[in-house]
Design a protein around this ligand. Structure first.
Ligand SMILES: [Zn+2]
Ligand SMILES: [Zn+2]
Length: 340
């Protein structure tokens, strides 16, 4: 399924077209994957509508790719033909800059994304350097594994960036899909840590407690204990400002959001330096994922175990899946099944 140009999904509900492309041929260190499942992510909507536009067309979207190694380049030796592997958003990087050498290759100036800068998984075959493919733990079906390659791995990175140690207090602002994942990961990886949740609705707060939060309160509330770190999973500013007062000296708040909405931008004027930032409190954002995040998260997800609810579509139904995602018709993570 290829995208030929940027368009408005409301005006054109069928932006992707079925097409026959030549089978990819592996370069030296590449593998060819026979794709069996590919998750449908919000980022595809951003690509189609031009908020994160592909640099060339046509392009095959999809960056939650699961399949089996079909063919290997002459220098590829990490996997064997038939191995089940996945590809996430990170498709390639320069490999030589400070970010790449330091393990933060997600920040590389030459970062190339799967399904935007290189063809992705809305297809029967995908190619990738073997260094950017990940072994999928046996526990998951192909469809279940696909969504783990994106949102969960980013949640994992945001948890990692807090620098939390077991026993330290973690705060979460907002309690949607991303926070659900983070609380489950925290309970598994940092069992002595207490989790405090700030959420607007009573439903979210009681669900947070069901999932193991020791306390849940409204956005402006003061938590009963000071927090070593906080992860903000909301698209707005109020929760960030309100949460900062709960941080311990030297604490860190990590914003896990690709972009913030402008609706409550004036809330930032409430930032009070002594209350919110003085004494070495910091705010940090998280930008997609490095390879380490995907591989460590897949292992952790298998340990927990964290098994996504999925709704499957045939590859030909990709347009319908995208429109339903935009209309928020969500019954589990949407996954395209290829070659059923
Ligand atoms: Zn994604
Ligand atoms: Zn680099």
């Amino acid at each position: 399924m290829i995208l030929n140009k940027i368009c408005d999904l409301r005006e054109n509900p069928k932006p992707l077209e079925m097409a026959n492309l030549p089978d990819p041929v592996p370069r030296d260190n590449e593998i060819i994957i026979k794709v069996s499942a590919c998750g449908v992510c919000h980022t595809e909507l951003d690509e189609i509508e031009g908020r994160t536009p592909p640099p060339r067309f046509p392009i095959v979207l999809g960056h939650e790719v699961v399949g089996r190694v079909e063919e290997m380049g002459c220098k590829a030796n990490k996997f064997r033909v038939g191995d089940r592997v996945g590809i996430g958003w990170i498709h390639s990087v320069c490999g030589g800059c400070g970010f790449c050498l330091g393990g933060n290759e997600n920040l590389c100036e030459n970062f190339k994304a799967t399904g935007r800068d290189a063809n992705g998984g809305y297809a029967e075959y995908a190619s990738v350097s073997e260094d950017f493919a990940f072994k999928i733990p046996a526990l998951f079906s192909d469809s279940e594994a696909a969504p783990l390659l994106c949102a969960g791995a980013i949640g994992y990175r945001s948890l990692r960036l807090t620098d939390i140690e077991d026993g330290q207090n973690l705060g979460l602002t907002g309690f949607g899909a991303s926070a659900h994942l983070v609380i489950k990961m925290t309970r598994q990886k940092y069992p002595k840590s207490k989790v405090f949740v700030f959420a607007r609705s009573e439903g979210e707060r009681s669900f947070a407690k069901e999932l193991g939060a020791v306390w849940a309160g409204d956005t402006e509330k003061e938590s009963p204990e000071k927090l070593d770190c906080i992860i903000d999973t909301t698209p707005v500013w109020k929760p960030v400002i309100e949460a900062l007062k709960n941080l311990k000296n030297g604490g860190r708040l990590v914003i896990n959001a690709i972009r913030k909405e402008g609706v409550d931008k004036k809330y930032l004027l409430k930032l009070d330096y002594p209350t919110h930032l003085w004494l070495e409190k910091e705010i940090k954002s998280v930008a997609n994922v490095a390879r380490r995040d995907i591989s460590e998260f897949l292992e952790l997800a298998a340990e927990i175990p964290l098994i996504p609810e999925v709704q499957e579509f045939e590859l030909e139904e990709a347009n319908r899946a995208l429109v339903e995602l935009q209309d928020r018709k969500i019954r589990g993570e949407k996954v395209l099944r290829i070659d059923l």
